[in-house]
Design a protein around this ligand. Structure first.
Ligand SMILES: NC(=O)C1=CN([C@@H]2O[C@H](COP(=O)(O)OP(=O)(O)OC[C@H]3O[C@@H](n4cnc5c(N)ncnc54)[C@H](O)[C@@H]3O)[C@@H](O)[C@H]2O)C=CC1
Ligand SMILES: O=C(CO)COP(=O)(O)O
Length: 378
């Protein structure tokens, strides 16, 4: 398929040349941008720049001719109109320290492509960016959705969400990060969009465990469905719109990650289910499985907010080696509470949930200058 590859397009920079950073760089380049990748290792920058390949992370993929790469941060960031961040979540803060003086005074959007929380602080990536760059939250955007890197690198049609507190920033980023095989929608629910990406990783680890022990489709469907309830309850308690969790950044990503053997979180879970210890799994994974680091901070936040997450609790117990993977279930098997309904506290029949949604919609409209709701709107 031939793609638009102008060499005179706007300059954008992608920090991190792993599987997602490189794939997103290709998305941007195929959308007409002049993309400079920053790679930590000089050899990888050389391979991308000269060979138009990233053989370790994206085997078999030819990268656009217009894409270049460097391992010098200052060179990578020079003249960038937008900056995309795609290192592992735990490495973000140290990278921001190096980036900050190089973009000081800049007003360009900074976009998180990451799906984790910082282990030490429990902060979302956009919050770490706000602190690390000391920048206006209206400049920050996050990208999320059912986005398995290798499928997108193969140009399989996919959709994603770009969220920012500023509708204008979300739209500017969405316009840049789109092409014939990658469609971006926008919203202003940064909390829901980010937590969707974080939480589905945890449910994908649970599904991997189920696969690893050899359970079938009923168990998986039960865990995916109840997992979405946990994701929604948690995210809404943190200030998200429930609708966001029903969209691409929630349900969409949950389906993709739970179904695909390409998912690293799913793979890590499968190894746990097969009996490998957490330490063995970490040794075997040569790419980032964010869910492993997010479990503890998510549970800390959940407990503080009074949200119950029985599936995530079980993932933690399997990781800690205190639960046999065969005991995983859509509920805590030690739970002898009386039967409850399926509905969540934000369900349609709940007036406080409806009130909250109405209030959030009004707030959204106010933020968008009265232009109406902007949920997942292209
Ligand atoms: N691979 C995928 O399909 C998708 C990944 N993501 C998210 O993107 C983020 C990055 O993931 P991937 O690119 O897939 O991971 P990866 O493991 O393929 O690459 C991570 C990159 O970060 C770099 N890195 C690690 N520690 C670093 C440090 N201290 N300083 C600088 N660079 C460092 C590595 O060298 C590597 O280039 C994660 O948060 C992940 O959840 C989001 C959507 C899709
Ligand atoms: O976020 C992803 C798909 O949307 C990638 O999932 P994994 O990190 O589990 O590979």
């Amino acid at each position: 398929m031939s793609r638009k590859t102008e060499t005179s397009g706007p300059r954008v920079t992608v920090i991190g040349s792993g599987s997602w950073g490189t794939t997103f760089g290709k998305v941007l380049a195929d959308g007409g941008a002049q993309v400079t990748m920053w790679a930590r290792r000089a050899e990888l920058a050389h391979e991308i720049r000269e060979g138009k390949r990233n053989s370790r992370y994206l085997p078999g993929i030819n990268l656009p001719r217009s894409m270049t790469a460097t391992h010098h941060l200052s060179e990578a960031l020079q003249g960038a109109e937008q900056v995309y961040l795609a290192v592992s979540s735990q490495a973000l803060r140290e990278n921001l320290t190096a980036i900050r003086p190089l973009i000081a005074g800049g007003t360009m959007p900074v976009v998180s492509l990451m799906k984790g929380v910082e282990k030490r602080t429990g902060l979302r990536m956009s919050q770490v960016i706000e602190q690390g760059l000391d920048c206006d939250p209206n400049r920050i955007a996050v990208a999320s959705g059912p986005n398995l890197a290798l499928e997108i690198a193969r140009e399989q049609p996919t959709a994603a969400v770009i969220a920012s507190a500023s509708q204008e920033t979300a739209e500017a980023v969405a316009l840049r990060a789109r092409n014939s095989y990658f469609r971006t929608f926008v919203n202003t629910d940064v909390i829901g969009t980010e937590f969707g990406g974080v939480l589905k990783n945890l449910i994908a680890v649970a599904i991997g465990i189920v696969d690893g022990v050899g359970y079938g489709e009923n168990t998986k469907a039960s865990i995916i469905t109840r997992g979405l309830v946990e994701m929604t309850d948690f995210a809404v308690a943190q200030g998200a719109h429930p609708e966001t969790l029903q969209g691409l950044a929630g349900l969409g990503d949950l389906i993709a990650t739970c179904q695909s053997p390409l998912s690293r979180n799913n793979t890590a879970g499968r190894l746990l289910g097969q009996g490998y210890s957490f330490q063995d799994v970490v040794k075997q994974m040569d790419q980032t499985a964010e869910g492993l680091a997010s479990v503890a901070p998510v549970l800390t936040l959940a407990r503080a907010a009074g949200v119950q997450m029985p599936i995530v609790e079980q993932v933690k117990m399997v990781l800690d080696g205190t639960m046999n993977p065969r005991d995983i279930a859509p509920h805590l098997t030690t739970d002898d509470d009386k039967p409850t309904g399926e509905r969540t506290p934000h369900g349609d029949d709940n007036s406080s949930g409806a009130l909250r949604r109405a209030f959030q919609r009004a707030l959204d409209q106010f933020r968008n200058g009265g232009r109406g709701p902007a949920r997942d709107r292209s």
